[in-house]
Design a protein around this ligand. Structure first.
Ligand code: PHE
Length: 341
C-alpha cells in the first residue's frame, strides 16, 4: 500500500510537469502502459499474503482510475494551452495603422501628351513617331537651314561622336520623315510627338530635354485659314471654350509665312498677372505654312500641294495649366512633385 501511495505522488507530480503531447505520451507509457510501473505492482499481487490481496487490488484499481482521469484532464489542458498560444502568436493587430499602397501613374508630361492626342484625333490627326537621334540633314538642311545659317543659333545642338549625327533639337525633322513615308501623292494629317534636346543652360525656364508635339497637314487646298481654325479649335478644347487667340508674325526657315500663336492668359483671363508677365497673353506654339523648299524635300510638288505645320511644348502647356514655375521639376524624378498629378 505504501508503494501505491508513492507511485501516486510521483505520477501526479510528473503529470503536472508534462506540457507537450510527446511528454504526455511518454508519461502514459511509463505509468499506465502494459509494461508500466502500475502494472508491475499489480503483477506482483500473487506474491502478497492472501488476506492483503483484495484491499491492494481495490486500491490499485482506484489509482489506475485516478491516474487515467488526471491524464485525460491534463491532455485537454495542454491542447487548449497550445491552441491559445498559437492564436496569440498569429493574431492580427487591428490597431496597427495600415500601409498605404504606392499607386503608379503617368508622368504629367504624358498626361498632357495624351490630352493633346485626344484633341487632335477629333480633327483627324494621327500620331506619327520618328527617331530622337537624327542627322544634321533632317534636323536642319532639309528644313531649309543650310550649314552656317544664322537661324541655327535658335537650336543649340548636342552632337554625337559620329559626324553628322545629332540629338534632334525639335520634332520638325519628323515632317520630312512623314512626307517621305506617307507621300508624295496623298494628303497628310499627323501629329509628331517626341523628346527633343538642346545644349542649353538649365534654368527654371529652359531644360536641355523636353517634349514637343509637331503638327503637319498637307493637301491640295490648305490655307492659313485652316491653320488658324485648327489652332483655335485646339486651344478651346484644351483650355476651355471661349478662348481668344492672337497670331503674331514670326520667322522659321521651314515655314512661310510664320507665326507664333498666343492664347489669352488662362490664369488672369487677360487682365495681366505674373504668369503672363502683365501682357494678358501666353505664347503656346510656333506655326506657319510649310515652306515650298520643305515640301519639295519631302517629295511634294509645291505647285500642287500646300500645307501647314506647328510645334508646341507639352511641358510648357502643363506649367501654364497648373501654375508650375520651374521646368526642372519635370525630369528631376522627385516623387513629391510627380505624386501631385
Ligand atoms: N520647330 C520649331 C521650334 O522648335 C517650332 C515650329 C514647328 C515652328 C513647326 C513652325 C512650324 O521652335
Amino acid at each position: 500500500m505504501h508503494d501505491l501511495q508513492r507511485l501516486r505522488e510521483e505520477a501526479m507530480a510528473a503529470l503536472a510537469a508534462a506540457d507537450t503531447a510527446d511528454a504526455l505520451e511518454a508519461w502514459r507509457i511509463r505509468y499506465l502502459g502494459r509494461k508500466g510501473l502500475l502494472q508491475e505492482l499489480i503483477r506482483a499481487i500473487p506474491d502478497l499474503p492472501p488476506q492483503e490481496r483484495p484491499a491492494f487490488g481495490q486500491a490499485a484499481n482506484a489509482l489506475k482510475a485516478d491516474l487515467t482521469a488526471a491524464f485525460e484532464a491534463r491532455q485537454q489542458a495542454v491542447a487548449e494551452a497550445r491552441l491559445a498560444a498559437e492564436l496569440a502568436s498569429e493574431a492580427v493587430d487591428v490597431t496597427l495603422p495600415g500601409r498605404r499602397p504606392q499607386v503608379g501613374r503617368l508622368h504629367p508630361s504624358h498626361q498632357t501628351l495624351r490630352e493633346i492626342y485626344a484633341i487632335f484625333s477629333t480633327m483627324g490627326f494621327q500620331v506619327f513617331t520618328s527617331r530622337d537621334v537624327e542627322t544634321d540633314e533632317y534636323n536642319f538642311e532639309l528644313l531649309n537651314i543650310p550649314p552656317g545659317h544664322p537661324a541655327r543659333d535658335m537650336w543649340d545642338t548636342f552632337y554625337t561622336t559620329t559626324p553628322g549625327v545629332i540629338m534632334r533639337t525639335h520634332t520638325s525633322p519628323g515632317q520630312i520623315h512623314a512626307m517621305r513615308t506617307l507621300g508624295p501623292t496623298k494628303p497628310i494629317r499627323v501629329i509628331l510627338p517626341g523628346m527633343c534636346f538642346r545644349y542649353e543652360q538649365v534654368t527654371a525656364r529652359s531644360e536641355m530635354m523636353f517634349h514637343q508635339v509637331e503638327g503637319l497637314a498637307i493637301g491640295r487646298n490648305i490655307t492659313m485659314a485652316d491653320l488658324k481654325g485648327v489652332i483655335v479649335e485646339f486651344a478651346n478644347q484644351l483650355y476651355g471654350a471661349g478662348r481668344r487667340l492672337r497670331f503674331r508674325c514670326s520667322h522659321f526657315p521651314f515655314t512661310e509665312p510664320s507665326v507664333e500663336a498666343d492664347v489669352d492668359c488662362i490664369l488672369c483671363g487677360g487682365r495681366g498677372c505674373a504668369v503672363c508677365k502683365y501682357t494678358g497673353w501666353l505664347e503656346i506654339m510656333g506655326a506657319g505654312m510649310v515652306h515650298p523648299v520643305v515640301l519639295r524635300n519631302g517629295g511634294y510638288d509645291p505647285a500642287e500641294w500646300t500645307g501647314f505645320a506647328f510645334g508646341m511644348g507639352p511641358e510648357r502647356i502643363t506649367m501654364l495649366k497648373h501654375g508650375i514655375t520651374d521646368i526642372r521639376y519635370f525630369f528631376s524624378t522627385d516623387l513629391r512633385f510627380l505624386e501631385q498629378f
